[in-house]
Design a protein around this ligand. Structure first.
Ligand SMILES: Cc1cc2nc3c(=O)[nH]c(=O)nc-3n(C[C@H](O)[C@H](O)[C@H](O)COP(=O)(O)OP(=O)(O)OC[C@H]3O[C@@H](n4cnc5c(N)ncnc54)[C@H](O)[C@@H]3O)c2cc1C
Length: 306
């Protein structure tokens, strides 16, 4: 760790209400269970605390890497130089305002779905079973079964380049398939509102239950993964192309293409990011050779090689 990073660590460690860790293995913060150390990992207590961190880092000329629950993330084996700020579990809370649910960015999407079902609010059924935080879901425009978070989003609050918390209406924001302008990484999402529709609680609960059941049947939900590795190419499914290329069960080190779902790579134990990346390249090339289609990765890949 450089002298300036050590100084920054000391400065952050003196701020009240923050959890600050040095050389923190990112494997502890990703659903893959893979990833080298971050020089500094900061977990703020609340939005006020987060604003202080963002300003301190801006003054030090540092751009942090924000993470939610790390369920769409592959961190390379050399880890992340600089500061990682973890929002999941830190900024929490759900408020209810008519048919609108307002959630802090670190709240789990599952908790918001549960709240919607309890209140008899429909619109989030597609999201049942998607792991991760509300902030991560907005950045990735997470979705399933034809639905995506951008469809129900009303507004997002984020700390912008001027280090102020600002509210942005959905109409001011650009979203695309598994894509949002937040992926540039300059803003951190703090809160968001989804606009839902009144329905019967038991109906919403039933639809969510069915969505989760379907997911459990088709996906390796009890294995360590980061969800789908590749985005669907226009008009097709990445899983179909991978399945028809006989990739299921392919393995590099501890990384394996799930025998249950060809678009999932699972960590069978001791997998490294290098294993995962080598496997991604192998199956990518097999699909390109057979179908002439170049698949794009859906997961976020960050950090340095060993
Ligand atoms: C078993 C499994 C099933 C999955 N199924 C689906 C699915 O059906 N559909 C789907 O879309 N995804 C799926 N995923 C992927 C993943 O769960 C989603 O993309 C999820 O929304 C990511 O949320 P997260 O909090 O874990 O984000 P992270 O993985 O922590 O981060 C994702 C990106 O968001 C950024 N980010 C996170 N929080 C913030 C914030 N507050 N402010 C600014 N930037 C932030 C990070 O920098 C990163 O670029 C699945 C994953 C697993 C493991």
């Amino acid at each position: 760790m450089s002298v300036t990073t050590v100084n920054l660590y000391q400065q952050l460690a003196q701020m009240s209400g923050l959890e600050v860790r040095r050389d923190e293995p990112m494997a502890r913060h990703t659903s893959f269970g893979i990833g080298g150390p971050a020089d500094i990992l900061v977990i703020p207590q609340d939005t006020v605390n987060l604003v202080e961190v963002v300003r301190t880092l801006a003054t030090a000329g540092r751009e942090p890497f924000y993470i939610g629950n790390g369920t769409n993330l592959l961190v390379r084996d050399g880890g992340i130089r600089g500061v990682v700020v973890k929002i999941a579990g830190a900024l929490t809370g759900i408020e209810h305002d008519g048919n609108r649910l307002i959630s802090a960015a670190g709240e789990s999407l599952a908790a918001v779905c549960h709240h919607a079902a309890q209140q008899g609010l429909c619109g989030l059924e597609f999201a049942a079973g998607i792991p991760g935080s509300v902030g991560g879901a907005i950045v990735m425009n997470a979705g399933a079964n034809g639905g995506e978070i951008a469809q129900v989003l009303e507004w997002v609050e984020a700390i912008n380049a001027g280090n102020e918390v600002n509210r942005y209406q959905r109409s001011e924001l650009d979203f695309d398939y598994r894509c949002s302008q937040f992926q540039a990484g300059r803003w951190v999402i703090t809160r968001a509102a989804v606009a839902l529709t009144a329905a019967t609680p038991s109906q919403v609960r039933q639809s969510m239950y069915e969505a989760v059941e379907k997911r459990c049947q088709r996906q390796p939900v009890s294995d360590r993964s980061a969800g789908c590795i590749f985005k669907h190419p226009p008009g097709d499914y990445a899983g179909r192309l991978l399945e028809e290329t006989d990739t299921k069960g392919m393995q590099v080190g501890g990384a394996m293409i799930s025998p249950k779902h060809a678009n999932f790579i699972i960590n069978t134990g001791g997998a490294t990011a290098t294993d995962v990346l080598a496997l991604i390249n192998q199956v990518h090339d097999k699909v390109e050779a057979k179908f002439g289609v170049r698949l794009d990765t859906e997961i976020c890949i960050r950090g340095e090689d060993m």
